[in-house]
Design a protein around this ligand. Structure first.
Ligand code: HEM
Length: 393
């Protein structure tokens, strides 16, 4: 039992790095915070004081609690106000706005819909593997495999015509972290917005069989359709791509677990999701005073929730730092929990099962063939910038 007001551990901002040689373990600062309890004081990266939650049960309870808001314009992280999310970008909104958008998409992301997509995802994966085989070994797994698969899948869902794919993929990649400068990121983001506006107009004029065409038949404005499309890109590409690259790296470093995943891809993918939790931190802001884990969170205070630490909580998982496909204590927060729980999770699961299975079927001798390029801990989504691989032809 923690006594209210007792001094608690403080974490000063997002840690900069993980421990050298431990690319999969949460940073030492967060593990240290967890040893002091499931909730710590936290200085947000832009200077405002707040809280950091690292315990599994406590993170989940915040996500299930309507007294905590996901609204972007309520974020209290620095000495400035944050603009509201653009129309349609419902990840950073609350009810009823959030549900109004989410429910339009839900029917497109059911388990059944995703099973129907499986054959197409297999074809896309085969195409990438053929190209790797034609030009390698070696290959960079990030550019040859991890990025193109989810990008082509989203292009098909949104109905991006085949002829536009190359340009579209480059733009999206640039604004999602591929570009070198802020100016380039902004230019690529603007270009993607323009492209989506054109695409919305084209679907209104000539609907085809895709999400965007279906949405144009409702009462949503062009701006809302653009926002929803941008959210699907922002939420669905980088996350899946980094699960594929970092997941492959983790499997190559743990051969027994690779064998276990190949024997049971469903459980293997769930354990990789837990172990890696690449979408590692999200924020919520208290709408009123809330008592949380023995601390008083004042109205208007922003709480950082570490999904990664929650998925490595020793009170929830036996030996959480061990990748263990056979573990029985499943269930994880890699897709979040509550009203914002990942809309694309069934799609992501199918993509990962298909992609890992096909990759190791094609290249049973796959190995890491150079230094792995890891993202810094400060990136929103953890993962890889490059992964050189080779195989015996
Ligand atoms: C939300 C993770 C793939 C679409 C989320 C959230 C997480 C997450 C943690 C909740 C954020 C929060 O609590 O505030 C992941 C991971 C993925 C993945 C790890 C890959 C392995 C996808 C894909 C799509 C997608 C493929 C769609 C094509 C969305 C959307 C939301 C969301 C639209 C917002 C849901 C809402 O606010 O109601 N995702 N995601 N995600 N995800 Fe995913």
């Amino acid at each position: 039992e923690i006594v209210m007001g007792e001094s608690v551990h403080t974490v000063a901002g997002t840690p900069k790095a993980r421990r050298p040689g431990c690319p999969f373990d949460p940073p030492a600062e967060l593990a240290e915070a967890r040893r002091h309890g499931p909730i710590s004081r936290f200085t947000h990266d832009y200077g405002r004081p707040g809280w950091l939650v690292t315990g599994f049960d406590l993170v989940r309870s915040v996500l299930a609690d309507p007294r905590f808001s996901a609204r972007k314009d309520l974020l209290a992280i620095g000495d400035f106000t944050v603009p509201a999310a653009p129309p349609g970008e419902f990840l950073l909104t609350d009810e009823p706005e959030h549900g109004r958008y989410r429910k339009r998409l839900q029917g497109r992301f059911t388990v059944r819909r995703m099973r129907l997509l499986t054959a197409r995802i297999e074809e896309i994966t085969t195409g990438c593997l053929d190209e790797m085989e034609r030009t390698g070994p070696p290959a960079d797994l990030v550019t040859a495999f991890a990025k193109p698969i989810p990008t082509i899948v989203i292009c098909e869902l949104l109905g991006v015509p085949y002829a536009d794919r190359g340009r579209f993929q480059e733009q999206v990649d640039a604004f999602m972290g591929g570009a070198a400068t802020d100016e380039e990121v902004f230019a690529a983001y603007t270009a993607t917005q323009h492209y989506l506006d054109e695409l919305v107009a084209a679907k209104r004029a000539h609907p085809t069989d895709d999400i965007l065409s279906e949405l144009t038949t409702g009462d949503l404005t062009d701006e809302e359709l653009r926002g929803m499309s941008l959210l699907l890109l922002a939420a669905g590409l980088d996350t899946t791509a980094n699960m594929l690259s970092l997941g492959t790296y983790a499997l190559l470093e743990h051969p027994a677990q690779l064998a276990a995943l190949r024997a049971d891809p469903e459980r293997g993918v769930e354990e990789l999701l837990r172990y890696l939790t690449v979408a590692k931190t999200f924020m919520r802001t208290a709408l009123e005073d809330v008592e949380l884990g023995g601390q008083m969170i004042e109205a208007g205070t922003t709480v950082a929730l570490s999904y990664h630490m929650a998925d490595h909580d020793p009170e929830r998982f036996h030996a959480p730092g061990t990748l263990d496909v056979a573990r029985r204590d499943g269930g994880h927060l890699a897709f979040g929990h509550g009203v914002h729980q990942c809309l694309g999770q069934q799609l992501a699961r199918v993509e990962m099962r298909v992609a890992f299975t096909a990759l190791f079927d094609r290249f049973p001798t796959l190995r890491v063939a150079g230094p792995a390029g890891l993202r810094p801990e400060t990136a929103d989504v953890y993962g890889m910038t490059s992964l050189p691989v080779a195989w015996t032809p």
